[in-house]
Design a protein around this ligand. Structure first.
Ligand code: NAD
Ligand code: TYD
Length: 339
């Protein structure tokens, strides 16, 4: 089958493409990515010439270009990873989040309606559920938890989810949605917590922890997310939402201390900085549905996954050093200069 993967030059999309080509070599993957600051073609370099892979630099809001690809490739499945994905950037400038995350989703689904499709899969996030309090460890996000967003990022992702459900109800588009917790692993852009702390620690730079560092995220190794999406597009029920997470809650400060330990760096690098506006306190996924219906369980334990990730950043210095030597410098100064 032919699968269009949007946002495949980013973190999770690229891991998904590698996963697909390995697990389903008979399938053809068409990657559409506009190569924003977060897209990196060097990530896909090793497969650029594979006969069952095609890359096209296309913006998912570009209706004409998207339609042309559908006409040429006649895909059976679309998996939409393309998004503006960083909460801090959404707080600075929400507009592009609306354009890519909401309008882009509509453009892709319109193409699916016009050309026909077996499945449109929307890669969403647990952030659409808002946050949970720290003093109620018994509470988890289920698929029935009401949408209650905090940041422009999560609001744009929730808007897209609503649109996906509307296209299912109104046009009978065969959709599925996955809502995953925080991912970590190879090719993670160094603006996000884990790769930023690894890159800074390796340069003996301060490690900027927002607020008190008590905020909790539920971390999942990226390959486990890829496996979940793969199962959903092949065996999931049309019209359904699946939460994806591995019951691995950790406070930010504990993650940063662990990274110091793994790299043999002193905790004195840790610097507490002004908190993020509207900062979500705790995310925690209940993955019972995907486990019961599709048999999904995470394979990588956090203690192994974080070791593999740290090792990957040690072995791929050129990948992240190239990123942080460019426009990233201005971003870092703007976000952290006076924090
Ligand atoms: P990322 O920022 O690393 O990558 C996004 C990719 O999308 C980049 O390659 C970028 O060039 C591309 N892109 C952006 N705008 C585009 C446009 N208009 N047209 C075409 N391509 C465009 O993001 P990520 O962390 O890999 O996240 C992928 C998806 O997974 C997103 O939809 C995100 O909301 C979701 N998600 C992420 C996490 C996480 O922890 N990172 C968790 C749950 C869900
Ligand atoms: P992030 O990786 O941006 O993911 P998200 O906000 O989507 O969960 O941030 C993870 C957590 O780490 C979040 O609570 C904010 C915090 N954080 C810091 O303390 N310092 C930083 O420099 C960054 C980027 C994040």
């Amino acid at each position: 089958m032919t699968i269009i993967v949007t946002g495949g030059a980013g973190f999770i999309g690229s891991n998904f493409i590698y996963y697909q080509l390995r697990e389903h070599p008979q399938d053809r993957i068409i990657c559409l990515d506009s190569l924003t600051y977060a897209g990196n073609l060097s990530t896909l370099e090793p497969i650029m010439k594979e006969r069952n892979f095609r890359f096209e630099k296309i913006d998912i809001t570009d209706r004409k270009a998207v339609h042309q690809i559908f006409e040429e490739e006649e895909p059976q499945v679309v998996v939409n990873f393309a998004a503006e994905s960083h909460v801090d950037r959404s707080i600075e400038d929400p507009e592009v989040f609306l354009r890519t995350n909401v309008l882009g989703t509509a453009v892709l689904m319109d193409a699916c309606r016009k050309f026909g499709i077996k499945r449109y899969h929307q890669v969403s996030t647990d952030e659409v559920y808002g946050d949970l309090p720290l003093d109620r460890p018994d509470l988890f996000f289920t698929e029935e938890t009401p949408i209650h967003t905090s940041s422009p990022y999560s609001a744009s992702k929730a808007s897209a989810d609503l649109l996906v459900q509307a296209y299912h109800r109104t046009y009978d588009l065969p959709v599925t949605i996955s809502r995953c917790s925080n991912n970590y692993g190879p090719y993670h852009f160094p603006e996000k917590l884990i790769p930023l702390m690894i890159a800074n620690a390796l340069q003996d730079k301060p490690l900027p922890v927002y607020g008190t560092g008590e905020n909790v995220r539920d971390w999942l190794y990226v390959e486990d997310h890829c496996k979940a999406i793969d199962l959903i597009i092949r065996e999931g029920t049309v019209g359904e939402i699946y939460n994806v997470g591995g019951h691995n809650e950790m406070a930010n400060i504990d993650i940063v201390k662990l990274i110091c330990k793994e790299l043999g760096k002193p905790e004195s690098l840790i610097t507490y900085v002004t908190d993020r506006k509207g900062h979500d306190m705790r995310y925690a996924i209940d993955p019972t549905k995907i486990h019961n219906e599709l048999g999904w369980l995470p394979q990588t334990k956090f203690e192994d996954g974080i070791k593999k990730t740290v090792q990957w950043y040690l072995e791929h210095r050129t990948w992240w050093e190239t990123i942080i030597s460019g426009e990233y410098q201005n971003y870092y100064e703007k976000m952290y200069g006076n924090r």
